[in-house]
Design a protein around this ligand. Sequence first.
Ligand SMILES: N[C@@H](CCC(=O)N[C@@H](CS)C(=O)NCC(=O)O)C(=O)O
Length: 266
Amino acid sequence: MHETVISAIACFRSEIVAFRHIFCGGRAITPVMSTPYRLYYAPDNASLIIRLVLDELGQSFDTTLVDRRHGGNQTPDYLALNPNGLIPVLETPQGPIFETAAILLWLADRHGQMAPPPDAPERGAFLKWLFFTSNTLHAEMRLLFYPAKYVGDDRPAQDRLRAQIRRNLARHLGKLDALAASAPGWFAAPAPGVLDYYVAAALRWMALYPADGAGWLELDGLPHLARTVRDLEPRPAVQRAIAAEGLGDHPFSRPVYANPPEGYAT
Ligand SMILES: N[C@@H](CCC(=O)N[C@@H](CS)C(=O)NCC(=O)O)C(=O)O
């Protein structure tokens, strides 16, 4: 087997649907990919959305577990893939792609599924909500989850920031609920699109994190989103993600903390 040796502090574990590799001990060895894709993931991280979409698209993919708890996302090797040190990264035949929405859009376009194609009349509507989810909903969720990165260690400042962000997120979710009610065909439709999985995962994380401030998000007030995520849960892609990342039986509508077979969610 041809191997590329890359230095790393963390220990990466790599698995393929057909067979698995475990690489530990001061260096990580990235095998030649047996599939077109390699997903760098941590359980219940934003990589979950990419896992779900790859599976829905029927694509086989390799995975490499990033040991985030021990700084695996800050090693030189990982930063070479994503200089921002964030999860996920998807290695593709066109090179590594980071940013969840960029990966989703790239996959949908490349495989011609799960989003309106570039020349479809509804493309513009889809793009504006995908970008809203990425640059507003997701970006503000990071303020809720990592307040110290934005206002430092001042606890009262963090609490004020979180209180405001919860209000903002509730407003954003109200808009997404109205979008789901409008049934645009590419969201909250019988066949799931990339945006369904993005929003479903976001709802999960907002219900669970931060662990010391969970419980503020109730799906009762968001009936159309609630229906959408309940419809996703029986799908084979979701069932396989539940098994791979230990997400519990109802990962979107009744989320519990991940109990992954390997790695850590936080
Ligand atoms: N804008 C990024 C955000 C990704 C993100 O926040 N990833 C989290 C895990 S869910 C992460 O890597 N956190 C580690 C950190 O912030 O240092 C994207 O859309 O991919």
